[in-house]
Design a protein around this ligand. Sequence first.
Ligand SMILES: C[S@@+](CC[C@H](N)C(=O)[O-])C[C@H]1O[C@@H](n2cnc3c(N)ncnc32)[C@H](O)[C@@H]1O
Length: 180
Amino acid sequence: MDDLFLAPLAMSRAWAMPNANTFSVPPIRALIARHLTDGVWLDPFSRASPFAHLCITNDLNSNFYADYHEEAANFLARFDGANVDGVLFDPPYSPRQISESYKGVGRVVHGEDTTSAFYGDRKRLAARAIKVGGKALCFGWNSGGFGKANGFRLVEMLIVAHGGAHNDTICTVEIKEKNR
Ligand SMILES: C[S@@+](CC[C@H](N)C(=O)[O-])C[C@H]1O[C@@H](n2cnc3c(N)ncnc32)[C@H](O)[C@@H]1O
């Protein structure tokens, strides 16, 4: 029976205009401001994040300011010591958005770039970077987060509706409980 239910979590829903710069959406910005702690935070898909000055940033697209302009997996592999305090994980939300990002930087899109492994592989690398007790904040169209398989426990979820036919943005906050 226990397996049918997840641990209790704080859940809320807000409404805001959609914005490609996710962290500039007011309720999302407030959620991040509430959870960002002192210490080392990684943002592997940073684009125009207003929290860039508080994170080590990376974006494939060199038109955006970032500390690194690498494929996210290469960037995350630099931090394999389980000593990072948190990760803001805001990738492209669909295979179509991945293709658009890659074409935008003149990069060839391979089949494996647009499968679910794209997310799973990069989540695993980001999860490995975080210390026990550290946080993962994920953004997208599902509530999967980094998950139990990567040693994380979901503690908070924010759903941001955008009206019309827009998908909601689903934001999860997880704490790392163990190294896997
Ligand atoms: C959803 S946006 C992030 C928005 C950002 N959080 C903000 O608030 O401005 C995703 C970003 O990931 C970048 N990107 C896409 N594929 C990538 C990859 N494989 N590695 C690194 N960055 C990537 C895109 O250039 C885009 O800027």
